[in-house]
Ligand binder design. Structure first.
Ligand code: BGC
Length: 435
């Protein structure tokens, strides 16, 4: 990521203080109270994000509300497109033209890339005052720092290796219980197909293909294999029979999707499960935000379980905001307020209940969260202890964006081209991983 960046043009416009132009009144007795000081100018805080679905928009609204409560003006910079690829393209072009927003939703190793361009403001003063090192899991804190300084503020922990289901669709098909292995999954999927419903709701977009793929790799190979193949990008793991098996399983899933899958947005895909048209979906728990926004509850309107074979593992995906270096003092104050508020218990509670994720603060009281979130919180801690906690490659947490993008392309080509052999796909993934 290289920018021709000139900071000079990069300032977010501060709103002008508008002192009311009231005319002086003629002094009478008793003397009028001195005129109230003009209200301080509100700083307009431009926040780039890609939270545009129902559940996501409800979460973004909480962020806005919280910032406004601190006296700032929210300038929405939403770029639609699940997974954020579109948003990142727009962000780069804004930065290249020397006009970055105040804050942007950026995560994983991309944070360090932005920092290495010298574009990010340190938020150490807030982080130190509020003891972030003690509040955050180390695995999260490390991602938020560049050269030892905090340059991003985390909002949540999403789990990616989830399987969602519609209990009515399962019941109609005679499926009892959520499948725990891939073999069980295919037995259940056959039954659903036979009953006339779509077994697997899938949106054929590259990042959604990749999301399903990483859960299959995790389920087939386990966390240690996932770590070797998709985090360390070990060529032997990518060329191994375990990867062959994962690719065969992944390909088999396609036979359970519907013909209109290509290009469908993830939330429209979740809507198929919500509406009883499809049995299952593999998607991170932002999908739960959609079920919740539709008024459904886990165990009633929908079911959640770890994707087959992944109950003891956890692919994490932490959303965070980077702050750009800006000269305007109002903007700097707003950035500090944003960083501080994001980590507050109150915000973590309400934001994550809407978003489907869990709070990023250690030891947060989960009593008001639903059962899927409680399971996520328990599994996060358990998998961290057992070695099953791994970063999501499909959601920008595991490897640098260029490599992740290249591997994603190889996976998506394999998904879309039934003639591409598994052996060739393995070679393409290996090549993408070494470039
Ligand atoms: C982000 C989520 C978002 C999802 C769909 C993920 O990569 O982490 O916050 O809801 O993409 O856009």
């Amino acid at each position: 990521m290289k920018f021709n960046y000139t900071l000079g043009a990069a300032l977010v416009a501060a709103l002008l203080a508008t002192a009311c132009g009231k005319k002086e009144e003629v002094a009478a007795t008793p003397a009028p109270a001195p005129a109230a000081a003009p209200a301080p100018a509100k700083t307009s805080v431009e926040v780039l994000h890609y939270w545009t679905s129902g559940g996501e928009a409800a979460s973004a609204a909480e962020l806005k509300k919280m910032l406004e409560a601190k006296g700032h003006e929210w300038k929405d910079f939403a770029v639609a497109g699940g997974g954020g690829d579109n948003a990142m393209t727009v962000l780069k072009s804004r930065a290249v033209s020397g006009n970055p927003p105040t804050a942007a939703q950026v995560k994983g190793p991309a944070i360090q890339e932005w920092a290495s361009e010298g574009m990010l403001a340190s938020i150490d003063s807030v982080a130190q005052a509020e003891k972030w090192d003690e509040l955050l899991p180390k695995v999260v804190a490390d991602v938020m720092k560049a050269n030892g300084s905090y340059v991003a503020a985390p909002v949540n922990v999403h789990r990616v290796n989830w399987m969602w289901a519609n209990p009515e669709v399962l019941k109609t098909a005679g499926v009892t219980g959520m499948p725990k292995t891939w073999d069980e999954f295919f037995v259940a999927a056959d039954k659903i197909k036979k009953s006339g419903n779509v077994a697997l709701a899938h949106g054929g977009q590259n990042w959604q293909d990749f999301t399903v793929f990483e859960s299959v790799v995790l389920g087939v190979g386990g966390a240690e294999f996932y770590d070797k193949a998709l985090v360390k990008l070990d060529p032997a793991a990518i060329a191994s029979p375990t990867m062959t098996k994962a690719l065969n399983t992944f390909r088999k899933l396609k036979g359970y999707t519907d013909a209109a899958s290509t290009g469908r947005d993830w939330n429209m895909t979740t809507a198929m499960v919500i509406g009883g048209k499809a049995g299952f979906q593999f998607m991170g728990d932002w999908a739960k935000g959609e079920f919740t926004a539709a008024g459904q509850k886990p165990g009633e309107g929908f079911l959640c379980a770890a994707a087959p074979g992944t109950a003891n593992a956890y692919t994490f995906n932490v959303d965070s905001f980077i702050m750009f270096k800006l000269k305007d003092e109002g903007a700097q104050k707003a950035q500090a307020d944003l960083a501080s508020a994001i980590l507050s218990t109150e915000f973590q509670e309400v934001f994550n209940q809407n978003k489907g994720s869990i709070p990023v603060r250690l030891g947060h009281d989960m009593s008001k969260f639903d059962d899927c979130a409680k399971l996520s919180a328990t599994d996060f801690v358990a998998s961290a202890q057992s070695g099953g906690l791994v970063p999501s490659i499909a959601h920008g947490m595991a490897v640098d964006p260029a490599k992740a993008g290249a591997i994603q392309d190889a996976v998506t080509q394999f998904w879309n081209d039934d003639k591409l052999s598994v052996a060739d796909a393995q070679k393409r993934i290996a090549q993408a991983a070494t470039n």
